[in-house]
Design a protein around this ligand. Structure first.
Ligand code: FES
Length: 354
């Protein structure tokens, strides 16, 4: 039931209002109005205005110098693999160049607004937002007025130098984004070859201890890296491509396609751990269903059917690593993967029949 208690409105200042009483106040604070106007020296002194104009132009040119410096620093201080000092130097000088470019363009724009653009204060009354013809015409008038008062159309040297500074500023990004691509070759080429080769032993991740086929019991799963990976110069890059999951099933549960009958060893199968959706590690194995689950976007792969996709956004099966055993009973690779590992868009050029 609603509260029936009446509410009394009491003017501010009256003491001892009882509970349930709303207190009505007049204005919480007085409108302080606008501060007194202080004329600027650039309004009355043409020499000072000219000086300010030169300073603004100089700032925009400094911004260009900063952007060019950042681009030059990219080449002058290249990043070398396994050399942290080179990364620091590269970041330091790229950062200095970009900071200078951004700072100078910002200071130049603010300085222009403070010392040369029109210096009168106005009050805008709130009004409903409408787009009728009258309002539009007034908007055009205001833009024209702003153009006249700011000198944007008249002070062409400042305007053009600012446009040049803004145009040059994005160029360092081209070099930064270039680093996202492989150092050489196309992404498809980079992902077509991993450290796996004929005779490479399958070893435990991260210890590098070789795995004997007799160590892998039915239902078990191993995180696997190729023998020698821990000593590879580009260890992290190689691991990102070569990481494998190894599982043992009842051989009767496997359904290999023609030509792949010998890729497993006595129910032991090895698949790339790199999800074919966007490359997360597929590391969750459901022992009862023989499904591999990618935790990123829930793609599921059926190990009994060559890791075909049974759910989720991945578009192709996980690549299988053909395996066998050597004379000492250790698991070894028969070859590298037969297709690129990782996200499936690499093969859209039509180079791979997967
Ligand atoms: S990365 Fe595996 S499902 Fe998206």
């Amino acid at each position: 039931m609603a509260n029936q208690e009446s509410t009394e409105v009491v003017p501010a200042g009256r003491a001892a209002a009882s509970s349930g009483t709303a207190v009505e106040r007049s204005d919480a604070f007085q409108n302080p109005g606008l501060p007194p106007h202080r004329p600027r020296v650039t309004d009355s002194d043409p020499k000072a205005a000219k000086h300010a104009e030169r300073a603004i132009v100089a700032l925009f040119y400094v911004s260009i110098v900063g952007a060019v410096f950042a681009m030059a620093a990219y080449f002058a201080f290249p990043i070398h693999a396994d050399d942290l000092a080179s990364v620091r130097l590269n970041n330091l000088f790229l950062g200095l160049g970009l900071s200078l470019a951004l700072l100078a363009i910002g200071v130049g724009a603010v300085h222009w607004g403070k010392v040369l653009m029109a210096d009168h204060e106005g009050v805008d009354i709130r009004h409903p937002i409408r787009g009728d013809q009258k309002t539009r015409a007034r908007a055009v008038e205001i833009i024209d007025l702003a153009n006249v008062e700011s000198g944007f159309g008249r002070r062409t040297l400042i305007r053009n130098s600012m446009i040049a500074a803004i145009a040059v500023l994005p160029f360092p990004a081209i070099f930064l984004f270039r680093d996202l691509a492989p150092a050489s070759g196309t992404p498809a080429e980079a992902y077509s070859h991993t450290m796996w080769k004929k005779g490479s032993r399958l070893t435990k991740d991260p210890s590098g201890v070789p795995i004997k086929a007799s160590d892998v019991t039915i239902g078990s799963v191993f995180h696997v890296i190729p023998e020698g990976l821990n000593d590879a110069p580009d260890m992290l890059e190689e691991k990102a491509k070569a990481a494998v999951l190894l599982m043992r099933l009842d051989p009767a549960d496997l359904h290999p396609s023609k030509g792949r009958e010998s890729w497993a060893y006595d129910g032991i199968v090895a698949y790339s751990k790199i999800c074919t959706h966007v490359g997360c590690p597929v590391a969750l194995y459901e022992q009862q269903t023989h499904h591999l689950l990618c935790p990123c976007h829930q793609s599921q792969f059926d190990i009994t059917r060559e890791a075909e996709v049974i759910f989720g956004p991945a578009k192709r099966p996980l690549p299988q690593l053909p395996i066998s055993v050597d004379s000492q009973g250790y698991l070894v690779a028969q070859s590298d993967f037969h297709e690129p590992v990782g996200p499936s868009f690499w093969e859209r050029r039509g180079d791979y029949n997967v």
